[in-house]
Design a protein around this ligand. Structure first.
Ligand code: FPP
Length: 242
């Protein structure tokens, strides 16, 4: 891939980790870290638009986050509901299309309705697609795609990687080029397992509420410096006959 093609990742995926520790450092309840995290997300969406990034996918609530204390879970649900009503119009005027990925069955009808409203109000926007992974897990996605393919009657001998991709929750987006995880942990935590096969990873010690344009640009620069071969080899220099 040429440097020109690599200049801007088309799709950036982010695990926004470190909200709890950010709040703890300030002797605040964890909820305040998540609240600060929402405001940072809005700024990062704008920064991605400014850099011509087409897709931003963020991990807002994993299938495993239900294990957290019930007050934190309900706090996060309330925060997301409040964020939809506070930021939906702004996202619309920024040209953002919102998509929600994840199992919607377990969330409240109120939150489901808010998601539906956010998706339908922004469905014609084209500047950037913000996919919010909520009650999402990479393994859940693979299983739901297999079930959907079976229900659609795809015969086993026609179930190729490309065919299964059509049933994945994010079939509308290219695979992420760049995966960023803040908060110092070096793991995927069940995020987009199928889609990150050839994604470039950047792990940052920065806590999510402290993330900004400088950290985004550093991650993009690290991505540009990588040699993406997608399992192939670097093209050999042309041999000139004597
Ligand atoms: C991880 O930090 C963060 C989360 C589990 C939640 C992230 C959610 C948001 C920023 C809100 C998103 C809202 C919308 C509207 C998309 P942590 O709690 O695991 O932090 P820690 O590792 O320091 O404890």
């Amino acid at each position: 891939m040429t440097n020109e093609l690599k200049a801007v990742p088309r799709h950036v995926a982010i695990v926004m980790d470190g909200n709890g520790r950010w709040a703890k450092k300030r002797f605040l309840p964890r909820f305040f870290g998540h609240k600060a995290g929402v405001d940072v997300l809005v700024k990062v969406v704008q920064a991605c638009i400014d850099r011509n990034i087409e897709h931003l996918t963020v991990f807002a609530f994993s299938s495993e986050n239900w294990k957290r204390p019930s007050d934190e879970v309900s706090g996060l649900m309330g925060l997301v509901l409040a964020a939809v009503s506070r930021y939906l119009a702004r996202m619309g005027s920024m040209g953002v299309r919102i998509r929600i990925v994840g199992d919607r069955e377990a969330v409240s009808a109120k939150l489901r309705n808010a998601w539906n409203e956010a998706e339908s109000a922004t469905c014609h926007n084209t500047k950037l697609t913000l996919s919010v992974a909520f009650n999402y897990g990479g393994r859940w996605d693979i299983v739901q795609a297999c079930k959907a393919a079976m229900l659609a009657g795809v015969p086993p001998d026609q179930l190729t990687e490309a065919k299964l991709s059509e049933f994945m929750a994010m079939s509308y987006a290219p695979d992420p080029d760049l995966f960023i995880r803040t908060g110092g942990e070096v793991r995927i935590s069940n995020f987009m397992l199928w889609q990150v096969a050839y994604t470039e990873f950047v792990f940052s010690d920065c806590l999510w509420p402290e993330f900004g344009e400088a950290q985004l640009d550093a991650a993009i620069q690290a991505y540009r410096d990588r040699d993406r071969r997608f399992g192939g080899v670097k093209a050999a220099p042309a041999v000139v006959a004597a």
